[in-house]
Design a binder for this molecule. Sequence first.
Ligand SMILES: NC(=O)c1ccc[n+]([C@@H]2O[C@H](COP(=O)([O-])OP(=O)(O)OC[C@H]3O[C@@H](n4cnc5c(N)ncnc54)[C@H](OP(=O)(O)O)[C@@H]3O)[C@@H](O)[C@H]2O)c1
Length: 331
Amino acid sequence: MKTRKLGQDLTVSAVGLGCMGMSFAYGAADEQESIRTLHRAVDLGVSFFDTAEVYGPYENEILLGKALKDVRDKVTIATKFGFRIATGKSTSETIVGIDGRPENAKAVAEASLKRLGTDVIDLYYQHRVDPAVPIEETVGAMADLVREGKVRTLGLSEASAATIRRAHAVHPIAAVQSEYSLWTRDPESEVLDTCRELGIGFVPYSPLGRGMLTGAIRTLDDLGENDFRRNLPRFQAENLNANAALVETLAGIAASKSVTAAQLALAWVLHQGDFIVPIPGARKLNHLEQNVAAAGIALSTEDLATLGEVLSPTRVAGKRYSEASLALTNR
Ligand SMILES: NC(=O)c1ccc[n+]([C@@H]2O[C@H](COP(=O)([O-])OP(=O)(O)OC[C@H]3O[C@@H](n4cnc5c(N)ncnc54)[C@H](OP(=O)(O)O)[C@@H]3O)[C@@H](O)[C@H]2O)c1
């Protein structure tokens, strides 16, 4: 597996593993299968694992702590704080606000360290920028955690270019994590250039369009009753139909290259810059194996342009989040 750098201090596999779906958002998951997938990822050279306090909530960090205990020194674990969390409810009801207060950044880090069973968090992200707390105060507290040896590097998720600059002036930011894929291009307007300029790594989340770009989701019946994607505009029946037609074209191009649609979608993201490290989510072994192999796919400039056009923002039907969730992003 090739490696890439995130900021000055982190070197990770070119493709990471998003672990959210193993405990959260996408319906029932099989813990034994998740653990097998985590172990196989390590065997395949994946060294970058993504979790968060809110996934579960809490359970995903516990799962990673358990599964990665014996290989802790070989892997980079990223986790996140910053949502106000209500437990015991559905995925959509779990997130009840944002909490970027310095005391929350510190308290969650202590709790995450315990759940992960480790003495240091390799990459600690603020999950959402809190409009009620100046970013300098939040990042100041995160920087204290670095000085105390509890956290190695810092990150932000869904932060605007202006916020990234302000944060980076307080303490070097190693990585910015935001949604980025063939069907979500928002970071192209400013954030990618800002990261490139400041030497910050960029971590695209949902690089497979929450599964849509794999071709596996054609109708709502392909999603379980409690699947969070049912709340997203792009997965509402009419939009889903229109988007499935775009993905069919993607799948056709993939077949002509003897790869899968998922692999082509990941290869496109990987070609957008060597400071970019996607974290596709996979609970299933065969999905993980396919995604890891995407790191070896070469695409020409012409291929990239064609793919960019097939799923251009003007063609995709529906916004990436509900208005309420979009309001939590820092635009
Ligand atoms: N910072 C944030 O706010 C934020 C938000 C969302 C996600 N994330 C992070 O980003 C990670 C990835 O995002 P995501 O999980 O939302 O979406 P994704 O990576 O775009 O898609 C994941 C979905 O695709 C399926 N899949 C994966 N590889 C496949 C393949 N080769 N063929 C067919 N299907 C495949 C998975 O199925 P199986 O699981 O069944 O294998 C899962 O349903 C998350 O795990 C999380 O760590 C961060």
